[in-house]
Design a protein around this ligand. Structure first.
Ligand code: NAI
Ligand code: MN
Ligand code: ZN
Length: 341
């Protein structure tokens, strides 16, 4: 079989590897589609502090179970599955309270261990979730990015009367918009980005109002309408956004953060406490796959609106380049497997 391997930072190779055998408790997935995410690009460039090399990247993938390890019911062979990349120990404090995504021994498939940009991938059986027929092969790998939105919105508990402001209309911002509108029925969702094409996608995903903050400050645009958002989500993840979010937010607002920057954000206690603002951070997902699969099956969210490209996995390097360099034409890129035969 063939696998996409980052042998060392900057060096991507399609390697011939022997077919992996599932260990006890694992299933082997014959991959058919996998999504490219910013973190794959970061591992390629050597910018992910958690990644060890060589590494098979890819944590958003769909396929069929074609073999099972000891202790896994063989009835699962043939099952269409998507894979939760969060592998946890099951007994540490965060695991014990249902938050395996911040397990003290967290292993993310495609980051800490080999991932899904491969003709086959072995994963824990419990991480492979059955996909109902209503979700097509071509779109099933989109479940994972929506679990990020499911996770952050679970903290924010959106209500229909909320006014939400989202920074960033990349894949993360777009999934958040769809969940706020389609699942929670939030009446007013405002989206700020610097790229008009991305803002057009935000509209397609349900945004009520878009602001290009390259030309107009979000503060001015909101002040002109007398709007103070009650939910702010930073899906652009620039460290300067937190300060602006706190400034613009309504008293009693909730703010959601999802960035990993190592740079300082400059905020004061007064700006937060005087309005009794709640700050939530969210990383990956905690057991959100079943919920997102249900939303997708019911048509509450529409992954197709994010996908701009399907490309053969053998073109992975070109696909990652396009994904990184052309944010106007390109949003979600899905790779088609196998690379062999
Ligand atoms: P992306 O780069 O495709 O999208 C970011 C968008 O934000 C772009 O459209 C860009 O034009 C816009 N943007 C940048 N600076 C801005 C600003 N100051 N104001 C308004 N818009 C601005 O990235 P993607 O895939 O959507 O991910 C977004 C962020 O989410 C990344 O930083 C990533 O690290 C983080 N992330 C966090 C996860 C978590 O579990 N916490 C999971 C996945 C991604
Ligand atoms: Mn991802
Ligand atoms: Zn744990």
């Amino acid at each position: 079989m063939k696998s996409v391997v980052i042998q060392q930072p900057g060096k991507l190779v399609i390697e011939e590897r022997s077919l992996p055998q599932p260990s006890a408790g694992e299933v082997r997935v014959k991959v058919s589609y996998a999504g490219i995410c910013g973190s794959d690009v970061h591992i390629h460039h050597g910018h992910n502090p958690f990644a060890k090399y060589p590494r098979v990247i890819g944590h958003e993938f769909f396929g069929h179970i074609d073999s099972v390890g000891e202790g896994v019911d063989a009835i699962r062979i043939g099952e269409r599955v998507v894979v939760d990349p969060v592998v946890s120990c099951g007994h540490c404090y965060p695991c014990s309270i249902g938050r395996p995504n911040v397990c003290t021994e967290l292993q993310v498939i495609g980051v800490h261990r080999d991932g899904g940009f491969s003709d086959y991938a072995c994963v824990p059986a419990a991480n492979a979730y059955r996909v109902p027929v209503a979700i097509s092969d071509e779109l099933a790998s989109m479940v994972e990015p929506f679990t990020i939105a499911a996770n952050i919105t679970a903290f924010l508990k959106p209500q229909p009367q909320d006014t939400a402001l989202i920074y960033g209309a990349g894949p993360m911002g777009l999934t958040v918009i769809q969940v706020l509108k389609g699942v929670y029925g939030v009446q007013k969702v405002i989206v700020a980005d610097r790229i008009d094409e991305r803002l057009a996608m935000a509209k397609q995903s349900g945004a009520d109002w878009i602001i290009n903050n390259q030309y107009q400050s979000v503060a001015d645009a909101l002040a002109a309408e007398g709007i103070r958002p009650t939910i702010v989500i930073d899906a652009a993840c620039h460290p300067a956004i937190l300060q602006e979010a706190i400034l613009l937010a309504s008293p009693a607002a909730r703010i959601g953060m999802m960035g990993f920057s190592g740079e300082t954000s400059s905020v004061t206690q007064q700006s937060i406490t005087s309005k009794e603002i709640s700050l939530f951070s969210s990383r990956l997902n905690s057991h959100r796959f079943p919920q997102v699969i249900e939303w997708m099956e019911q048509g509450k969210i529409d992954p197709k609106k994010l996908v701009t490209h399907w490309m053969p996995a053998t073109d992975v390097e070109a696909a990652m380049h396009l994904f990184e360099k052309d944010q106007r034409a390109c949003c979600k890129v899905l790779l088609k497997f196998p690379m062999h035969g």
